[in-house]
Design a protein around this ligand. Sequence first.
Ligand code: NAI
Ligand SMILES: NCC(=O)COP(=O)(O)O
Length: 326
Amino acid sequence: MTARFVITSGEPAGIGPDLVLALAQQDWPVQLVILADKGLLEERAKMLGLEVDFIDYDRFAKVRPSRAGEMFIEPIALPQAVELGKLNPVNASYVIRMLKRAIKGCMNQEFAAMVTGPIHKGVINDAGLKFSGHTEMLAEQSHSKQVVMMLATPGLRVALVTTHLPLKDVPEAITPELLKDILTITNDSLSTQFGIDKPRILVTGLNPHAGESGHMGREEIDVINPVLQQMANAGMNVHGPYPADTLFTPKYLQQADAVVAMYHDQGLPVLKHMGFGNAVNITLGLPFVRTSVDHGTALDLAGSGKADVGSFRYAIDVAIQMTGQE
Ligand SMILES: NC(=O)C1=CN([C@@H]2O[C@H](COP(=O)(O)OP(=O)(O)OC[C@H]3O[C@@H](n4cnc5c(N)ncnc54)[C@H](O)[C@@H]3O)[C@@H](O)[C@H]2O)C=CC1
Ligand SMILES: NCC(=O)COP(=O)(O)O
């Protein structure tokens, strides 16, 4: 049966609206339901010279695949008109409304998956709404005890122990409980959702040279190594902790189904260097499939026609694979 995916168009002043219009230029094997302000998309389509036939989404209508040139849209009204590339805190509530709508639809199985366009975390906080990222909001709103942010590009998957927090708070956040949860969710998702038997997971240390036997930090000795030993003894194919600058070399990566890195900027620069534009951000551990683009709002490119839709397309393709819709 054809599946229905919900797509959030992201920060309205950025490239999200351009990208959802670009997605509507091709056939899909699933029905894509775009959440966005219709006037914003009509204006952006005109600017970009794109023809799109907007069809108001009706959740009771028969599900059918989206075809090139058409877009199923559930209109969400913007509080204020958008100035290209200019962030406006008044419009932050629009971004949050889209996310809440998408989450609700995934939780009640109206949608088989959620694919998110880029948002600007700063402007949402400027509007007085406490917000760290999609990942954290999804965990909270779906009542998931723990989720994992994993980015993937052909040849490399990187899952993170900690996500959006100041670097100074990272060491304290890496507790044995958190590390066990991250490894368990990553291991289970790779095996059940990606069909990898006994996934081989390589784990970085936190400190330079994985602490150099305790001379450059003790987190490896006190927390990481004991957890890895315990998980390995329980049968998980997990190895480390390796110095990050050693682990991210071809010899190690060739043998890894996934790398678990301790913090955002330890793992993601490597992945983006390898696959920016052809990578996906996947939230593991949710009760539904959620994928996202690998890039941000690119305010400098909004309305220019220069935004690359590759990562958004890949994020939908991965959601199609994960929901068995191929
Ligand atoms: N999935 C999401 O919601 C993400 C959101 N962000 C947010 O985006 C905002 C801006 O972050 P930046 O660090 O400036 O990163 P950015 O990804 O928006 O831009 C970095 C550079 O890459 C270019 N770029 C980005 N996406 C592109 C695309 N599709 N095609 C062509 N060029 C592209 C931009 O023009 C810019 O030169 C931040 O608020 C950040 O939190 C960042 C990453 C992911
Ligand atoms: N670098 C990835 C990123 O910041 C996106 O995070 P999220 O908003 O998907 O949680």
